[in-house]
Design a protein around this ligand. Structure first.
Ligand code: NAG
Length: 220
């Protein structure tokens, strides 16, 4: 390819990436669209309540006031997020927040948010965080209280509490419903299972080892 065209393709790719990262969710067509949480219509986001029925209560949630029960999760962490279900007023606005609490030594396994980038703000504690880009390069860093780290949309990322106290982290997404794919679960514990012949080739392990992993992850 001639140099001119290569440069052009480069610019085109960069602008596509930039455009893609600016708008994770589509732009709203109205000031707000309080989600009608009782509706059974399936669409992109929730259907709008009649604006005359909207009230201030639709725009607040106390769901993030308290940490979740860390001992209820064998992995020792809790994540609570705002959604159109617990905060109908954020429907169509293209953002959401989360509260993450992590016991000392705990880790949030590698996962992907397919529909949004995430920023995390460490309120308390110390973390090791990292994401892997499309060329399998790891970008990781140690964080302390007050630090902010950004996890680009669609990248595999993890969090690890490296401190001696329970860590408290606030996260923000540029999507009302960023989605979460836990890589190990999606790969080894899907329903039904990905053919063992495929996984055996992909991970260069035996079918016995595969079924052991699937069992440990709660797959049936
Ligand atoms: C937290 O979870 C543990 C384990 O499931 C349970 O025994 C305990 O009662 C829970 N605590 C609260 C406050 O719900």
């Amino acid at each position: 390819m001639a140099t001119c065209c290569r440069a052009f393709v480069g610019i085109l790719l960069v602008s596509l990436v930039v455009m893609n990262s600016v708008h994770a969710d589509p732009e709203a067509l109205q000031d707000f669209c309080v989600a009608d949480t009782k509706s059974t219509i399936f669409m992109n986001g929730g259907p709008c309540l009649n604006p005359m029925e909207a009230s201030p209560e639709h725009f607040i949630t106390s769901a993030l006031r308290k940490p979740g029960n860390l001992s209820a999760n064998p992995l020792g962490f809790s994540v609570i997020v705002t959604t159109p279900a617990n905060m109908p007023g954020l429907n169509t606005l293209g953002l959401s927040m989360g509260r993450i609490d992590m016991a000392p030594g705990s880790a949030i396994p590698p996962h992907i948010h397919p529909r949004g980038s995430e920023t995390i703000f460490v309120v308390r504690g110390a973390l090791n965080v990292g994401f892997v880009d499309a060329s399998s390069r790891l970008f990781s860093h140690k964080l302390v209280a007050g630090d902010v780290f950004v996890l680009p949309k669609g990248t595999v990322h993890y969090l690890q509490n490296t401190g001696k106290i329970t860590a408290f982290i606030v996260s923000a997404f540029n999507s009302q419903n960023p989605g979460t794919v836990i890589v190990s679960m999606a790969t080894f514990a899907s329903t039904p299972a990905i053919p063992y012949e495929v996984l055996s080739k992909a991970f260069a392990i035996s079918v016995q080892e595969l079924s052991q992993i699937r069992k440990s992850l709660g797959g049936n």
